[in-house]
Write a protein that binds this ligand. Structure first.
Ligand code: ATP
Length: 331
């Protein structure tokens, strides 16, 4: 299985502040990091470092930020297919972080919204049935829908993270197999943050719903009626930027490397991975490294049989659960 991530690539400018600013108030900040980011890129980097063959399709402008994106992507074990668009500003995010790990993010999407549909469709023609198509909310409305439809036509498993929130998401659910939502996305899109939220999305056609809730952990719900809560792994959070992207990327990589859909094991792997991310500053530099993942990946790949080799129903795997970490070391 491979993952095709079609999404944004951006530069994250992270500024440390004592507290998030109130409207109309000017505050002082200190530049904490300047790092490769963008939800699509983040998820692709985590999947690729996890050992899953990953293709990233993204658009950038032709400016100083695009050069940095190219350089930093070249350091990652993924296949980046970038459309370079002249006259377009490369996307960037302004991330404000507080000492207790809270953050506020503003992202520009000029390049992402200009992603040429035909370029992305051409890459998708390489996909095989069962490959993952992973998307988020940064691309244009029509592009997002057409790509999800195309993914379905190729027999791919479609995974979607409805962020940043857009009014058009409601029309996409019938094309989505797996959805990852945090609490505010869940509240805005379904009116609830618990089992009812998952039920609402299942009714619209989503087969697996993952609801993340920060330190309260995450829930996996399947259309077949399985419902499981996995606690967060304890961590000293200093910057939660990218926690959700790490979670989604690690969960999908864990499932794909074992050849199937999400299960409790994938969710606990994702909790371990995101605990690593929140304990470090920055975006890409905070994600679990290849070294941190490789021990377990070798084990996942090397074991032909046994429960790691074959996904089992969620309840059963939870009952068997001594959830071993996907990532072999934690801070
Ligand atoms: P972000 O926008 O900060 O990237 P998010 O709002 O999309 O994150 P969350 O629900 O906050 O997503 O976090 C995703 C997962 O990351 C959680 O389910 C949890 O496993 C892990 N996580 C987040 N914050 C912490 C924390 N402080 N300590 C340990 N794990 C955490």
């Amino acid at each position: 299985m491979r993952a095709f991530v079609i999404g944004n690539a951006a530069i994250d400018e992270t500024i440390s502040v004592d507290g998030l600013p109130e409207p109309g108030v000017s505050i002082l900040g200190r530049i904490a990091s300047r790092d490769l980011g963008g939800k699509g890129t983040n998820q692709a980097v985590v999947m690729a470092r996890g050992g899953l063959e990953t293709i990233l399709v993204s658009a950038i402008g032709d400016d100083f930020r695009s050069a940095t994106i190219r350089e930093q992507l070249a350091e990652e074990p993924l296949d980046a297919r970038l459309s370079s668009l002249s006259g377009i500003t490369t996307d960037f995010s302004m991330v404000l972080t507080t000492p207790d790990g809270e953050n506020s993010i503003v992202t520009t999407t000029e390049a992402a919204e200009a992603l040429p549909l035909e370029a992305a469709l051409e890459v998708l023609r390489e996909a095989r049935p069962g490959d993952f198509l992973v998307m988020q909310g940064n691309l244009g409305t029509a592009t997002t829908e057409m790509l999800l439809r195309a993914g379905r036509e190729h027999g791919m498993v479609t995974a979607f993270n409805p962020s940043p929130l857009r009014p058009y998401f409601d029309s996409l659910w019938p094309f989505i197999d797996i959805a990852f939502l945090n609490e505010s996305e869940s509240k805005s899109l379904t009116g609830s943050t618990d089992r009812q939220a998952a039920e609402t999305l299942h009714e619209r056609g989503v087969r697996q719903v993952v609801l993340t809730a920060g330190t309260d952990g995450a829930i996996l719900s399947t259309a077949g009626g399985e419902f499981v809560h996995v606690p967060a792994v304890k961590a000293k959070a200093i910057d939660t930027t990218g926690a959700g992207d790490t979670f989604m990327g690690a969960a999908l990589a864990s499932a794909a490397l074992r050849g199937g859909m999400l299960d409790a094991r994938a969710i606990s792997d994702a909790s371990a991975a995101s605990a690593l991310t929140v304990a470090r500053r920055g975006t890409r530099r905070a994600f679990p490294s290849r070294d941190e993942t490789c021990t377990d990946i070798r084990r996942l790949r090397g074991e032909p049989a046994g429960w790691e080799g074959k996904l089992v129903p969620v309840r059963q795997s939870l009952a068997a659960s001594q959830p071993r970490m996907f990532f072999h070391s934690l801070p």
